[in-house]
Design a protein around this ligand. Structure first.
Ligand SMILES: [Zn+2]
Length: 446
């Protein structure tokens, strides 16, 4: 009897230790990815996405310190630091007080850190993990802060903020050569997919484009897909067996949703999900890895029907191009060619009335977005797919978790809870201000 009791206690102890131990964290953020973006992509794929296989699913509130409808800077700050701030601000409270990100804190304790994105690495979401600026547009300063962060793996776009003003394509207004500085600090700097494959160890700064990477469906051969970057990042970060923290952003889901572009959203969500698949494979071999998948906010107010108890899934599956790609090649003013191309790429017969409306929008456009937005809304309406806005909404977003501690990411959460829970599960030292309540400068909502 006594022996049985000891065995039982040992089993319980082992279960507790293995269940609560988080060594590595892979933190996925789908920019602008609401519940419906995930479900919509799943419907079109005709299968559950990798992220949907989670047993632990929650709901995340996204409001910022000064508005119900957050932007990526305030939302990124909440997801990275555990604090609300005003839209546009990165890594600081509304009063300007700097707050550290979970990545910076973990780095200071020797945990390896990586960030992998398909936008400029100085864009709002990645910046929230290393940057501290009052305005997200300060991307030259953010590039300097990124080098200062000494993060081990950085992959994405944005070369234009790292090269001196004298170089072609630079967006800097000074002579600083951040690429040279990065090399001095031990980074291997690569700009092509083929070069990335050759990196076997050490710190890497991989900038595959002057600005953002091309959209998932149009990515050229020398730019990697997100899953390829994640494969390499995991290889480099896990090489010596020490703990690591990797943030991965599906950066362009948001932009496609801003344009109300069904094909674009579909392909971006799938690219993001393929990268999650790579992480899940890694976690199978490394079960002390926690994977968290969430979004910073919802974009577009996507709805999977506009009436008649229907969504034309068959027609949606025939869509073959992003609206931006399409409109760059087919001029609405070239009537016959345009109408034929809409049929070819979207399976839609454009009526005379619809054509006249699109042509009028082109002729009276006040911004470069007017026609792409209207065209996205138009092709969506033909398949009964709905959008309420070309901007963000305050809709809550999903959170999916896999691995040890994943049961903590269920129910209604606030975006500021997410990094706090991760920090706790990683046994992050108490310098992380987990006792401090988030500051809400605007209306105290709830
Ligand atoms: Zn965003």
């Amino acid at each position: 009897m006594k022996r049985l009791l000891i065995i039982l206690m040992l089993v319980l102890l082992v279960t507790f230790v293995t269940a609560s131990y988080v060594k590595n964290v892979i933190y996925f953020i789908g920019d602008g990815m609401g519940f419906n973006h995930v479900y919509f992509a799943s419907i079109l794929e005709g299968r559950p996405l990798n992220m949907m296989k989670s047993q632990h699913v929650g709901i995340v509130k996204t409001f910022s310190a000064n508005t119900w409808v957050t932007d990526s800077a305030a939302a990124g700050t909440a997801l990275a630091t555990g604090f609300k701030t005003n839209n546009g601000m990165i890594g600081m409270l509304p009063n300007g007080e700097l707050v550290p990100s979970i990545a910076e804190i973990l780095k200071s304790y020797g945990v390896k850190v990586g960030i992998v994105v398909t936008c400029r690495v100085t864009h709002a979401t990645p910046a929230a993990f290393y940057g501290h600026v009052p305005d997200r547009d300060m991307e030259n300063e953010l590039a300097e802060q990124l080098i200062e962060s000494d993060f081990d793996v950085v992959m994405g776009g944005g070369m234009r903020h790292f090269i001196p003003a004298s170089e072609k394509g630079s967006k800097r207004n000074d002579g600083k050569d951040l690429i040279a500085i990065a090399r001095e600090r031990g980074y291997t700097v690569v700009t092509k997919k083929s070069e990335l494959a050759q990196v076997e160890s050490g710190k890497v700064l991989a900038l595959f484009a002057s600005s953002h990477l091309a959209p998932a469906s149009e990515r050229p051969d020398d730019q990697p897909m997100l899953y390829e970057m994640v494969e390499k990042a995991l290889e480099l970060l896990s090489r010596d067996g020490e703990p690591f923290f990797l943030m991965v952003e599906g950066s362009q889901i948001d932009w496609e949703a801003h344009g109300n572009d069904p094909y674009g959203v579909w392909k971006e969500v799938v690219e993001f999900d393929e990268a999650i698949g790579v992480a899940l494979e890694f976690a199978k071999k490394n079960p002390d890895t926690l994977i968290v998948v969430t979004a910073d906010h919802e974009t577009g107010g996507l709805s999977t029907s506009t009436g008649s108890y229907a969504l034309d899934v068959d027609k949606l599956r025939e869509f073959k191009a992003n609206t931006d790609w399409f409109l760059a090649r087919y001029n609405v003013e070239d009537k016959e060619k345009f109408i034929a191309a809409v049929k070819e790429f979207y399976g839609i017969d454009v009526s005379e009335e619809d054509y006249a409306q699109l042509l009028n929008i082109k002729k009276t456009a006040k911004s470069a977005y007017d026609l792409p937005n209207a065209f996205g809304r138009y092709i969506s309406s033909k398949v009964l797919l709905g959008w309420t806005t070309f901007d963000h909404t305050s809709d809550p977003v999903p959170i999916f978790a896999f691995g040890p501690g994943s049961e903590h990411f269920t129910g209604w959460l606030d975006n500021t809870d997410v990094p706090r829970i991760i920090a706790r599960l990683m046994g992050c030292p108490l310098t992380y201000p987990i006792q401090k309540e988030p500051i809400i400068a605007g209306p105290v909502l709830y």
